[in-house]
Design a protein around this ligand. Structure first.
Ligand code: HEC
Length: 138
């Protein structure tokens, strides 16, 4: 019985922590950072510089800084709709992310543009929805 006590305290602390997080809505950029870390970081890296020969940097990318709807279409399809794919220099293949909802893609792209895109403006869920309506289902 006593042996289970520390676990119980840790669980209570964890529940308290999660409840505390939910009571304070995350700022859009924080939410976007979490979504970037979950979906993009493994390939494009925490610093957005990618891995030479495998996946390109997002820092300095004209796709990142450009039209938000075009950027959202890239992420939804993994670039498969794009004539800009450079598989000859990037041996990895980017998957599409159609399973992420509009608000999640908007927040992670807002984070990407603010962090790696010379403070290019935010991306809205409406722009992601417009891109989704245009791209072919991968
Ligand atoms: C499995 C690895 C992988 C993951 C995960 C991944 N990417 Fe990519 N990404 C790539 C590769 C490889 C390319 C280059 C494709 C090409 O050149 O044809 C690329 C290209 C891009 C480009 C175009 C860059 C340029 O200038 O050419 C953008 C923008 C981009 N990714 C954003 C994202 C975002 C945002 C996420 C997360 C939602 C993400 N990627 C997740 C591998 C990945």
């Amino acid at each position: 019985m006593t042996a289970s006590l520390p676990g119980g305290i840790a669980l209570a602390a964890a529940v308290f922590f999660v409840a505390g997080c939910q009571s304070q809505p995350a700022k859009p950029v924080d939410r976007g950072r979490v979504a970037y870390e979950a979906n993009c970081l493994a390939c494009h890296q925490a610093d957005g510089k990618g891995v030479r020969g495998f996946q390109p940097p997002l820092v300095g990318s004209t796709w990142v800084k450009g039209d938000p709807q075009v950027l959202a279409a890239w992420v939804l399809t993994g670039g498969f709709d794009s004539a800009a794919r450079k598989q000859s220099v990037n041996s990895n293949v980017m998957p599409g992310f159609p399973q992420l909802d509009d608000a999640t893609i908007a927040s992670l792209l807002t984070y990407v543009r603010a962090t790696f895109g010379d403070n290019a403006g935010p991306v809205t869920p409406a722009e992601v929805a417009a891109a989704r309506a245009q791209v072919k289902a991968p």
